[in-house]
Design a protein around this ligand. Sequence first.
Ligand code: GLN
Length: 618
Amino acid sequence: MAKSRPPFASPITRILESLLDRYRDCREGDVASYIPELAKVDPDTFGICVATLDGHVYEVGDSRRRFTVQSISKPFVYGLSLDDHGVDGMARKVGVEPSGDAFNAISLGEEDGRPLNPMINAGAIATTGQVLAGDPATRLARILEMFRRYAGHPLEIDAAVYQSEARTGHRNRAIGHLLRNYDVLTDDPTPVVDVYFRQCSILVDCHDLALMAATLANQGRNPVTKERAIRAEHVESVLSVMASCGMYDSSGGWIHDVGMPAKSGVGGGVLAVLPGQFGIGIFSPRLDQKGNSVRAVRVCADLSEAWELHQFNPPYCPQTSRRHVHTSAEKHSSRSRHAREAACLRDHGDAIRVFEVQGSLSLATTEPIVREVLSAASDLRSLIVDFQHATAINVSSVALLADLASQLRDMGICVLFTHASRLPEIPRVVADRLGPVAAADILRHQSLDAGLESCENDLISAFLPDQDRRILDVSDYELAAGLSDTERAVLTSLLITRRYGRGESIVREGDEAHALFLIASGVVGAWTGPGGESARRTASFSPGTMVGGMAFIDGGPRSATLVADDDVECAVLQRGDFERLESTHPVVYAKILRNIAISLAAKLRLASAHLDLVTRRR
Ligand code: GLN
């Protein structure tokens, strides 16, 4: 029997375990005892969790041991009040300046009594009083509901810790009365302080803390449940006060050394946030002089150094949003074109440039694209920015691209954004900045292929004289290439002219093939898939090209439905007539067969080039 392998451990988990090992013997500091019940905690408990923004949690040690959240509740309740009153509304009640004082300092603004920030007790009690509710029970229920959204499950209150603080928290009650004195709190402060005691007694574990932190790192959306816990625009306010005031009177040293917004609580927890990256939750109850968990502070400092997490010196990340840039001279749309049109695209196609962008577009990754477009702009006739492979874009990046589009349009350049409706910010911001008419024009083609085809048509009509775009004679058909006058006369005698009105079907997908169509005028579109909305236009054909060649040759069913894009005239070659040529005019038969093969080869090349475009990864 095969020996079963030991389970693989992630190198991330190993690093977290090594931190547990490094600090397990550190017994510096003391557990908080000013709230008597807190002194009962096992001082050696130690857990670390890191939650990613796709909701994976790495956990080591006592990661599921519960403890009271205490001051870590403050930034979250502040976020709830911001959602209730907005930044300006809250600014009238609580400041955002670090106090440099201890967390329980009676630190109120001299004139208006406004606490300096929401992370010290005075500011936190004032903040709890701002949570909109008709009565204390509703206020607490709203706070618990808010925590449920962050943690992803309901949290409960430790009744013993709450009662212990309620019995002994005279200093916080005094702060409540001072806030009432200055009219920062406008009602009886006692029930507000009581809700504050209860919010501090909410039970969490490291796993919860990491997910709560990851929710803040994820612009306020819980990475597991995807539920929004706070309005995205308030996350920066919450994280800013955490960065400047979250670690009490050692906040300056913390942000200098560790470089990430964090919040600690006297219960022994520390929560740290790496915006846009992940959330960290640590629990170890022995506290330093300032009230921060000794081990948690060290673990965060080590992690920051080992993983280069300092927010003010992020490692250079050579991420690019430029996936692929090509011109119409290099790659064209799925339109099959007559040799003269194809030559025109080869000669002038550099004037059409396609920028395929990818990933998450921010100012830093959009700026080089804007610069590259501008450096090419003087030679451009059309610009397409394709968003098929973009996963996210921020408003400022759309604004940059919209302003670029506006400038190019003023210079007479056609600008198209394709696959733009995938990211709702694009149509919204383009319409906001350029108005609905210009936005509709820029966004008029959903697919890159359709956009490219229309830019090519525009280029061809500008550069190719009218008569070169029409089929005047049988010798213009690609099917007649290499035929002598007498051979061409044989072919001509077999061709029957047919006309189709705009929108009329020429053949249907799945039909038996009896004929080959040579397009004399108009454009034919090939559609596949079930009809109606889900039908897809997979290719199209210009005058001079042949269509229907595949089924004509192999006798299989039609691979697509052919529809006249506009009024179409075709010269039709019946399969039976063609087959008879093999014995009557074998040379003509062979030449036509070769021309069909060449045409199919060209389509195969076009299809491979497309496949390459679609599957290319950068
Ligand atoms: N409930 C505690 C208090 O007000 C919270 C303090 C803290 O965690 N720093 O004293």
